[in-house]
Structure formats: C-alpha cells, structure tokens
Design a protein around this ligand. Sequence first.
Ligand code: SF4
Length: 442
Amino acid sequence: MSAPVRLPAEAPSGPGESAERGCRELPLLRERGQREVFCGLTGIVWLHRKIQDAFFLVVGSRTCAHLIQSAAGVMIFSEPRFATAILQERDLAGMADCNEELDRIVHRLLERRPDIKMLFLVGSCPSEVIKLDLGKAAERLSLAHRGRVRVLDYSGSGIETTFTQGEDRCLRALVDELPDQDELPDQEEERRSLLVVGALPDIVEDQFVRLFDQLGVGPVHFLPPRRSTELPPIGSGTRFLLAQPFLGETARALEARGARHLEAPHPFGIEGTLEWLAAAAQDWGVSRERLEAVTAQPIRRARQSLERHRPRLAARRISFLPDSQLEIPLARFLERECGMELVEVGVPYLDRQRMARELDLLPASVRLSEGQHVDRQLDRLRADRPDLTVCGLGLANPLEAEGLRTKWSIELVFSPIHGFEQAADLAELFARPLERRERLEV
Ligand code: SF4
C-alpha cells in the first residue's frame, strides 16, 4: 500500500478537515428489503459506445427491450449496436427450442452486419428464469463463426444486482479473452505494463495517456479497449488501476491471471486523481518531484475551475441513496474538495478491502449504509432533510414533490467526470440542482 500523497498547500479542503478521518472499521447499517434500482442491462448504453465493433444482443423480454430502447434513446433508422432477441410465451413455457431460434437470429445478424467483430449475448431475468445457458450458446456460436467473430456472454439480469454491475460482468467476460503476456519470452520488468480498468470516455482516456506518458509510466492499456481486436495482453507484469469503484469481479479475475492491483482512491476530483496517478508513479519508481511537476498545471486549472462551484456547495448537507456504487468516492470528493457535509452515504454493497483507501478519507462521523430497505431509508431521509439527495430516477420525482432537491445518480455514469480536467464539471453536476432551487425561490 502506498502512502497518501499530500495535496499542494492551497488545495481546497472540506469543513471537517480537522475531524477524525477513516471509517474502515465503522459499523455499517445493513439493510435488506425492497430496492429501487435499474438492472445491469443499462450498462449496454455506455459500453456499446465504447467498444466500437461490438454488438450486444440481449436475450430477454419486451420489458428488457423497452428499457434499453428508452435508456439509449435510439432512433429507428440508425444501425444500433445492440438489440433484444425477445423470448416469446412459447419459449418461456419451454415449448420451443430457444437455442435453435437464438442461433438463427445470430446467423442472420452476422450476415447483415459484417462490421461486428465481437458479439455479447446478454442474459436477463427471463433468460435466467428459464435457465437458458448462454455460456454454452456463446461457445457453440463462437465455434460456428470462428475467425469471423468472438461470441461472449454475461448476465445483465436485475435479480439481486445493481445497474453498474452490468459493466463489471461484461469486463469480467473480456478478461478470459485477453492474450497471455507471460507466454512472451521477456523478463518480468520488460513485460511491465499498466492496465486502466473501467469504461472511460475517449477524451478522458487521452488525457490520462498524456499524463502517464509525461510521468514515464507505460505502456498503458485500457479495458475495455476501443476496438475488440485490440485486447491488451495480461500476465504477472500487469499492474492495474480501477477507474471505477464497481469492478470487483473484474479485479478478482485479473488477479487470478497474475495482474496486481495498485490500491488507490478512484480518479474523481483533484485529490482522487492525484493519488490514483501516484499509485502508478510509485510502482514505476517515479520521484515525487516529477509527479508534482507533471500534475502542477492541471491541478492549478482544476482548482481554479472548482472555485466557481464551491460557494454553492460548501456547508450544504448531502445524502446518497444506494444506487450506482459511485457513492463513496463521490462523497469523499464533495466533502473534502467542495466542503459539503455528508449526512448518509448508502451503497448497494460494500467491498471494504477494495474501498479501503476511500474509506480512510471519509470522516469517521459519517452514517454508512449498505443495501436498501426503501421505506426505512425514506423515513431517515425525511427526518434528515438534506439539501441534496443523490438517488435513482424512480425516487427522484416523489422526493422533489416533497420539497427535497435530488440528483439522478445514473447521470454520473453517463457523464465524463474522471480526472483533473473534469473535476469542476463533476462539482457542477451537484451545484446545478441547488442553483435551480435558489432561482425558483427568487
Ligand atoms: Fe427488467 Fe430483468 Fe429485463 Fe432488467 S433484465 S429489464 S430487470 S426483466
């Protein structure tokens, strides 16, 4: 584990900078009950944009098709890179051979779309209920279309999952496809490479590539890659950084293939980005002076832009309802760099080990909860009445009707929010609903 990097002296800090820090050992409020979250199919919306020659075929119901269609807002004449193979009543009743039908659909699709180089069969609640084995289907179809397309599978089902787990499962499926770096004859030091894990907008990836390049850290690869034909090699020389906090399964699969996780906070805000870069810099033996020299300019710019939003956010109280798994790193950013006061930070599930570095930075007084019992959560929220509540779409409107300001957590997954250059945009996403309220009151 690396020592935390100190921010430059004039960096913004939260109201509780003097408060006791660290909630690794803090008791957790565990809730199990009705949950209000989207399912893992939602991830297709950003993943299909990222892997430009991949196609996502959901094997599901009309509900699944509607979810994807409305979440992605696709136009009818466009050639989207996702679709739903709809299970009919006969399939669900076990009266038809779904495998034959699936094979037919895939053959037709690949004939019509020679641009597809990787096909994901995405499982759903209905396909899981009828126990349709998409793993076997993927193997069979991969064989049938060998040399032309790779067929993989993962589950986007909403049973006991949250919407960002769709990306985790997609990337987990990709890990098995990565070429083995250890088969190359070089020494481990020569094979050393950095893998950044988590779908990032291209523009953010480019910014990180420039920073790693200036630090002398590399070669750098990204998972997922922009094209399925550019899968990064992996092995004992691979170090990886998580760009997103919801990739536990993928991380475990990478470790099983010999890669080593560089523990760090996630790259949200100035502090998170600096510590994240520092973890790689330290592993590559880059000096503290060089790290500070490379990051000085972007930090200065980020701090200046962030200052615009601090007056709107400082001393405001915020609660996070469990939804995206981004809650802890965002709470850390808002408290430490924007001066907000944390009331409750709820997460769908807590992996204390992977989140250890983030938990160290939260104030020890924070109320941390895991899972959801929606009625109890709403009771606490009504008693707390924070200035801003980050929650899923389904709860936002009723809460607004009760006079509580809300922020949709799903928007945070769709927007470029990583890195120094995006720190102010990230703050603005939280400042905007508060500003709107003030305007309305005037
Ligand atoms: Fe609904 Fe399940 Fe389909 Fe998601 S996968 S849209 S939760 S039926």
